[in-house]
Design a protein around this ligand. Sequence first.
Ligand code: ZN
Length: 299
Amino acid sequence: MRLGGEPESSNFEDRTGQRSSGLGGMGGGGSALGCLLPLVMSRFGLGGVVVLVIGYFLLSSLGGLGGSGGGLLPSNAPQSKAPAGQSTLDPNTRNFLVRVLGSTEQTWSEIFAKSGANYQPASMVVYTGGTQTACGFGQAAAGPFYCPNDGKVYLDPSFANELSQRFGAPGDAALAYVIAHEVGHHIQDLEGTLSKANQLQARASKTEGNAVQVQVELQADCYAGVWAANARDAQGSILEPGDVEEAMRAAEAVGDDTLQKQAQGYVVPDSFTHGSSAQRIAALQRGLKSGNPATCQSL
Ligand SMILES: [Zn+2]
């Protein structure tokens, strides 16, 4: 990706180096938080900290972080040499994140303006290990997530290594896709789609609720594609050869069937919460081809 021509986002909060503590996860109750990634948390439900249809698919089934699951990051990555309270964020990573976020702001502002609306951007919080959010205590083990209560995307920068090593999806465009997916949840929040999903899930069976969640996730993938299709600087599209493939590889790697096969050796379609690899690729592709959010299937 050619970054540099877009504005740096100012909606950026660096909490790396901060001490974090919290009891349990956002889902409460010990290891209940399990949606592998990228996930969105609900502002509704018990105590307002319930993950929107908690993925039953637990990291603990992979042996947990630092456990026996192969290819996981060491739990102390990235190495911190800074004194407590001081940022450990690599300047290049910071630069990348504020520019990708800035690009989503530019793109979505333009799209919203076409229908006479004003885009209220999401903020991004980078942290290491765990951090407090308006949706409860967020942990890096769950992957990047969006909290609608505070309108913030949360990301542990070591996720970039995980994406490349554990999920086999290296490259700047792979990480940008994940960020754009989380920003996609923010768009859904602004549109009221997250509230609607919650209402639907409140009166649905577990299987039906999962199907609603899959629709939400696939739309966020499609929105990521819409961003990529429209992301440009003065010279044109910021996508470079290979970027689309990188993003597709990431979308494939985080498909429910692929993750389940890796974790348990078999696939349970009823339990899908994010969509299969093929569905995720197709959704991302739809947004990329059209560049128009209206083509992204909604609930
Ligand atoms: Zn998601």
